[in-house]
Design a protein. Structure first.
Length: 257
């Protein structure tokens, strides 16, 4: 359920990456967009730990399966289902929009292997910027405008948050707090429950067993509020399921269980 699919080794949402430069894009402008079609079939997006408090009010926060877990905000319980946008990609309810989505189509990337320097790149398939754009310009006199500088700063902040998130997950794994998750939902009138797996979560039992130095360390470094935000968000999975039922987007039980 909570996988992080890759497309040609690019992160989710991204179909291509092109370095932004004044030489190639000196006359380009932004295209104001009020829809996000790239979210229509996206059931989960990565989340940074600094967003847990805001996101847990709207999304179940889980961790992806596999040896390198990533925190995810669930927008749907089944792949290809997003209960927060309509068929055109317009938000259908008030919600917190994860920084990963707000960053798109930009991101910082290494242009050459072995080089530490990151460059501001964008996905040209998003149509968020173009030579025919009607919004603010990206460059003036060959120099980045405030719009471009703000996006660069946002991407830099996101990278720092992503590193902190990775460290947080590594500590969870070191403490052996993550387990394979499972949620059972019994809809009214259904003979059998729907069982969702394929994600990881913090084990309540293991949290209750924490003692001494381990508990003090997590309290001191700020991990405890993040863990509780994750755990408190999990009941929202039933709310997401209810929305999918209302939308007619719950697959047959054989495909879920």
């Amino acid at each position: 359920m909570a996988t992080v699919p890759q497309n040609n080794n690019l992160p989710i949402l991204y179909n291509d990456l092109v370095p932004l430069s004044s030489n190639d894009h000196g006359t380009w402008k932004t295209n104001p967009l009020d829809v996000a079609p790239y979210l229509v079939g996206q059931h989960a997006v990565p989340l940074t730990i600094e967003e847990f408090t805001s996101a847990q009010r709207f999304y179940p926060i889980v961790f992806s399966s596999g040896p390198q877990p990533v925190p995810l905000a669930l927008m749907g319980l089944n792949e290809g289902v997003n209960t927060f946008v309509d068929e055109e990609g317009k938000l259908v309810r008030e919600t917190y929009v994860p920084a990963y989505v707000r960053r798109y189509p930009f991101m910082l990337a290494r242009l050459r292997p072995g080089v530490d320097e990151l460059s501001l790149c964008f996905d040209p398939t998003a149509n968020a910027i173009s030579a025919e754009g009607e919004g603010p310009a990206l460059f003036e006199d060959g120099k980045p405008t405030e719009v471009t500088q703000n996006m660069l700063q946002f991407c830099e902040q996101f990278e720092r948050a992503a590193q902190q998130t990775q460290a947080f997950v590594e500590e969870l794994m070191e403490a052996k707090l993550l387990i394979d998750g499972e949620v059972t939902i019994q809809p009214e009138g259904s003979d059998k429950p729907f069982i969702y797996r394929g994600f990881q979560m913090v084990a309540e039992e293991k949290m209750r067993e924490l003692r001494g130095d381990s508990l003090r360390k997590m309290s001191k470094n700020g991990m405890l509020p993040l863990i509780y935000a994750h755990m408190m968000s999990l009941p929202l999975m039933r709310e997401i399921f209810g929305r999918q039922m209302a939308m007619g987007k719950v697959p047959p039980q054989e495909a879920v269980n």
